[in-house]
Design a protein around this ligand. Structure first.
Ligand code: BGC
Length: 788
């Protein structure tokens, strides 16, 4: 876990004022830069020491066999694993022949700063070599949002007290040695030497390398070029070899003189294009970057981020640490999705190899609700990626004996990569999550072309899946049996409430789309009977209810199961999945992550207010949050049922997941869904945003810990700004046509230039605050935590 003091609380940046080698792997994830296409972990410039070196290109993966002790029909045979591609971040420094390495000599000062507005990671160090030569080193690094193939570094060094011979060595390195992976199943299966050299060349200060992935046949190109600025007498040489390239600049510097090396790195990859095409592509990318120049790249980055923050910022008063964490989270969500451009948004973005670089339902259920209302372009492109994998999902459904499309539980390129079917194949809800993201996207943007094209395809094929997966019983009720819901500590259960409600929405949305677009319906072969069948199934969906307890079992039979022995479980035994067999988890009442509580958030209209209170009280003492995809949902529902301070603690957990390394696995990459969850907790929890069937409603109410909350939403060409204090909410239409919304259930008409102010009604009396399993209460931050 990272102590709070690892970073200073500042609203627009993340600053680490001293280097703690024990936290190197975590800070590499936290300081990772990415644009959704290219990702550089926050490794030190000189490459060593490192926790885990990482350079990723979205979609570049290796294949590995998925071995089974006992094989079964329909088990995926091949897994996809993200690979560490050519490292272009590295800049080594030699001071009078001694390598700058923070483990040797004396590190007088070391600071790193991630600036959310500039979009750069900067580093300042003062180091005295073992021979006593003092130097000041500074570097600024960026992965460009505007030129997605480009990353760049500005590296500067100056001797402090005495002259020194300085060599700055800039590298490209493929097949880097990686530290061994541990036994945690959530860690990537790391592959040794995943790249085979196809081409290398060095010329002046430029190096180009092209490799191919051995197993998946993808071609990866990387090139670097340099601008070297120094007083005089610099000697520059370059060389290349199959797995690397080096450009070295050497000179003797006097105190007060500075050597500045600007490094431009271009990347490209393809599964189709030839060696020369990929090589030329990275050259072209480099030319573009050179033409823009370092200052130009910085200016473009700032402009891109100014526009982003203008639309997406969430301001809070009263808690600098949470303010910082929320912006940190939004910055990483943007980094994960900004330029993914029809590729997946992996659970860790491009910040680490955790979960093998796979994308899960995390994207549609947690990340896209945020991007849809802040960077809709990025949401559309993530959904277009899903759409591009539709043929594979249709094939998979057929293999499973089902109609329509069965999207994978985890994947990079679209094929199912989960080797554990009870929590993979059986987690069919991912299909409804995709449909839900389509519905929200179309509703929030009014993007007709998407709706008519990919949107309708996705809704149709997922509806077909549900219709063939479920069945009507003798009374006509529609059941979906033997599926796994969001809670992975239960599996293969009948009528999971979340799944059933989401499937029913999916079925209705598909039938509506068929009505809206008869041309497409004909093309997709949807006849009247099929769409009527969808509506029938949706109408007749079975939602189990436990009359004796007055609560919804998350799936049939759940509330009858034996309770987990929480009192006999020690804090060290969490996460339970690493200490207990699934067989035991499955047959007891213990919840890994919000499931029924998530249903109450996203399908709120299916529950009465009283049911929400009772259900929330019931599931709190059972929910252990062994997944980072839980706190934000619990925040939203805690706020809705009136436990605002508990909601605030859950917000803290979602927002600080990686800044505090709450799950002890930030080293493998940041938790993008949890970081998106900070926005969800604030906007959905304390703003009370619900977005359903074309209606946007708010029920704002702040916890003690916050004095003010302000956020903006993009809605069908409008920009709505919402500002909330303890006493009132102010709705301002910053752009666009008038808009009708609901404020605590009452209609408000918002016009441009006419802010609407409404009082916050008194909160209904809430019962006692429910407790969590022993040791699993969300972190309650003390007084000192909140200050800046
Ligand atoms: C959660 C899943 C999630 C996955 C990737 C698991 O621990 O249970 O819901 O999709 O992590 O974040």
């Amino acid at each position: 876990m990272i102590r709070q003091s690892a970073f200073t609380a500042e609203p627009w940046s993340l600053r680490e004022t001293e280097l703690n080698l024990d936290l190197l792997a975590q800070t590499e994830s936290v300081f990772a830069l990415s644009n959704g296409h290219l990702g550089w972990r926050g490794n030190l410039d000189e490459g060593e020491p490192h926790g885990l070196p990482g350079t990723y290109l979205n979609g570049v993966h290796a294949l590995r066999p998925l071995p089974y002790a006992e094989a079964g029909y329909g088990f995926p045979e091949s897994g996809q694993t993200v690979i560490n591609v050519t490292n272009g971040k590295m800049v080594r420094l030699f001071v009078d022949d001694e390598p700058f390495d923070v483990r040797y000599g004396e590190l007088r000062a070391h600071e790193r700063l991630l600036d959310f507005r500039e979009g750069v990671l900067s580093r300042r160090a003062e180091w005295v070599s073992p021979a006593g030569r003092a130097v000041r080193v500074s570097s600024t690094r960026m992965v460009s949002f505007t030129q997605r193939a480009i990353a760049a570094v500005c590296y500067e060094v100056e001797p402090l007290e005495e002259p020194a011979r300085i060599a700055v060595q800039s590298e490209l390195l493929a097949n880097e040695q990686l530290p061994p992976a541990g036994g945690d199943p959530r860690v990537a299966a790391m592959l040794e030497n995943p790249l085979t050299s196809e081409f290398y060349s060095a010329d002046a200060a430029t190096v180009v390398l092209v490799h191919q992935t051995a197993s998946s046949g993808l071609r990866v190109g990387a090139a670097m070029d340099h601008q070297i600025d120094c007083p005089a007498g610099v000697h520059v040489e370059s060389r290349a070899y199959p797995d690397g390239g080096i450009v070295t600049a050497t000179m003797v510097l006097q105190p007060g003189q500075r050597l500045r090396v600007i490094k431009f790195v271009g990347y490209g990859w393809s599964g189709e294009r030839s060696l020369t095409a990929v090589r030329d592509q990275v050259w072209a990318a480099l030319s573009g970057a050179r033409q823009t120049g370092w200052d130009g790249l910085l200016a473009e980055q700032r402009a891109y981020l100014d526009d982003f923050w203008d639309k997406a910022d969430v301001e809070i008063d009263g808690d600098t640490e949470i303010q910082q964490a929320v912006r940190f989270g939004l910055f990483h969500v943007l980094q994960a999705g900004a330029r993914a451009e029809n590729r997946a948004i992996p659970a860790k973005g491009l910040t680490g190899p955790g979960y093998d670089g796979h994308a899960f339902w995390d994207t549609e259920a947690f990340v896209l609700p945020v991007l849809t209302m802040t960077v809709p372009r990025a949401a559309a492109s993530a959904l277009r990626w899903r759409h591009s994998t539709l043929p594979l999902a249709i094939e998979r459904a057929a293999q499973l004996g089902l109609k329509g499309a069965a999207f994978p539980w985890r994947t990079i390129a679209g094929q199912e990569c989960s080797a554990y079917w009870p929590a993979g194949t059986a987690a069919f809800h991912v299909n409804a999550d995709i449909a839900d993201a389509v519905i929200r996207y179309v509703d929030a943007t009014g993007d007709k072309a998407f709706d008519h094209g990919p949107g309708m395809d996705l809704l149709t094929q997922t509806a077909r899946l549900w219709r063939s997966l479920g069945h009507h019983d003798a009374q006509g009720r529609f059941h979906i049996d033997g599926v796994t819901g969001p809670d992975e500590y239960s599996a293969v259960a009948d009528n999971n409430v979340y799944t059933n409600l989401m499937a029913s929405q999916n079925l209705v949305a598909a039938a509506d789309a068929a009505q809206r677009y008869p041309d497409r319906a004909r093309e997709l072969g949807i006849d009247v009977e099929e769409s009527a069948g969808w509506r029938d199934a949706a109408r007749a969906i079975f939602i189990p209810y436990d009359e004796s307890l007055g609560v919804h079992p998350q799936a049939e039979g759940f509330t009858r199961h034996q309770a987990w022995d929480f009192a006999g479980t020690s804090e060290e035994q969490y996460p339970l999945l690493l200490h207990f067999p699934y067989f035991d988890l499955y047959r007891k009442q213990v919840v890994k992550q919000a499931d029924l509580v998530l249903a109450m958030h996203v399908c709120g209209e299916a529950f009465t207010a009283e049911q929400k209170v009772r259900n929330f009280d019931y599931y709190e003492p059972l929910t252990v949050r062994d997944s980072s995809l839980s706190a934000c949902t619990q925040a939203v529902m805690a706020a809705e049922v009136g436990h605002l301070d508990l909601a605030f603690d859950y917000l803290g957990e979602a927002a600080l997941m990686d800044l505090r390394d709450l799950e002890n696995n930030t080293r493998d990459g940041v938790h993008i869904a949890s970081l998106a969850g900070a926005w969800i907790a604030l906007v959905g929890g304390f703003g009370g945003l619900r977005h359903r069937d074309g209606m946007v409603s708010f029920a704002p109410r702040l916890p003690e810990g916050l004095a003010r909350l302000a956020f903006s939403l993009l809605l069908r060409g409008r920009r709505l700004r919402v500002e909330v204090t303890h006493s009132e909410a102010r709705y301002v239409l910053a752009e666009g046509e008038p808009l009708g919304i609901l404020h605590h259930g009452k209609k408000v008409h918002v016009l441009h230039g006419k802010p609407q102010v409404r009082a916050i009604p008194a909160a209904p009396a809430a019962g006692p605050v429910p407790s969590q399993p022993p040791g699993r209460a969300p972190m309650h931050r003390g007084e000192g935590d909140h200050a800046g």
